[in-house]
Design a protein around this ligand. Sequence first.
Ligand SMILES: Cc1cc2nc3c(=O)[nH]c(=O)nc-3n(C[C@H](O)[C@H](O)[C@H](O)COP(=O)(O)OP(=O)(O)OC[C@H]3O[C@@H](n4cnc5c(N)ncnc54)[C@H](O)[C@@H]3O)c2cc1C
Length: 403
Amino acid sequence: MTTTMTPTNFALGEEHNLLRASVKQMLQRFESRREEFREVARREKRFPQELWEAFAEVGLQGCLVPEEYGGNGAGLLALTIGFEEICANGFSPGLLLVTAMDSACILKNGSPDVKERFLPKIADGSLKLCFAITEPDAGTNTFRISTTAKRDGDRYLLNGQKIFISGADVADYMLVVARTTTLEELQAQGKPKSHGLSLFLVDTKAKGLEKTPINIGLSEELTQFQLFFDNVEVPADQLIGQEDNGTFAMFNSLNPERILAGAICAGMAESALRKAVDYAKQRKVFKDTPIGAYQSIAHPLAEVKIGLEAVKLMTYRAAWAFDREMNPAEVGNYANMAKFMGADLAIKAVDAAIETYGGLAFAEETGLINQWAGARLFKTAPVSREMILNYVSEWNLGLPRSY
Ligand SMILES: Cc1cc2nc3c(=O)[nH]c(=O)nc-3n(C[C@H](O)[C@H](O)[C@H](O)COP(=O)(O)OP(=O)(O)OC[C@H]3O[C@@H](n4cnc5c(N)ncnc54)[C@H](O)[C@@H]3O)c2cc1C
């Protein structure tokens, strides 16, 4: 499984191949500690700080930060390669995902002062960020969120709730989507629901912010939280973008999030495929024939390989469009498709690995059932499969909306 697993290099330059190699080399240092990171984080709620620092050493936090702010400006395509490699080696880039998506938004929408204060620290790994949009009563329908931010002199006061916020305990700041104009006010003004959203960089240690952990049935290095905002103060200069016009700015975060989710899924699929192929070559149950000779085992794995090439190409295409600063709506098309295809492939890949392993797949030490849960998550989050299909139906095909 060396040459056959070599990913397509279409659209990739020498710098991307070098980055892939340096990420791979860096991860080898942590090879024997992969499960420890996952388990310790889950049981003891301890973040793998050494891995985070190693990500910074190879420049991953700095990919979306230009050189003038201390980053390397390698871009989203480069970061996509890094994510693929991290996941193909069985590690998780959860907090890197949310930090990167926030850094993209700060770069495109933050004031010069905010960029000066935050971006260099993001690039060198000294600042971690998380992202908070989901609410218990809004869910997929972002425009229904009800967390409010009211201007009060040189600060805003935030009130409301968020749910499933990954890494709120380890992040220093979070990018919060809140309403600066409520739905009732918009209705009275005759304005659309997409108006009135604003983004804020909120200190995760701010007074009035309460975090309650949520136990999820998946072992990963990040914990999710329900957050309660009770008059949480945010300095007015930590508004990211314009007040009430946050929807557009938000997509500067959500598009990279979806593209990187596609890369995570490609990496997870590659990891599951490698594991399954290795096992299929050595497991024999009838005579001396390895189970990989049976088409019932081989063909699903071959299908995953074909899908993997397609997902990588779509993910690179989306990242390329983002790096070229194409219209966010156009980037969004590719980003949605990359995430959609990636999630389906990751589930299919882990399922094919489970099929290959037979009963042994259910032994905890193979990690396959947890990998299945990890892959299945991406069908639902960060944006559900159904909402992507809704988007494509409406915006690509011009079909009427049902909701
Ligand atoms: C492990 C984990 C980590 C997360 N991390 C974060 C985070 O860091 N920050 C954050 O803000 N959020 C986070 N989330 C939230 C995640 O983005 C949401 O769970 C996801 O967007 C779906 O929203 P929901 O759970 O409210 O589902 P709902 O909106 O309640 O939807 C339920 C189901 O109905 C379907 N549905 C809803 N409306 C339609 C429609 N119009 N047409 C067809 N089907 C529809 C959905 O597709 C879904 O299958 C996380 C979630 C999980 C599980």
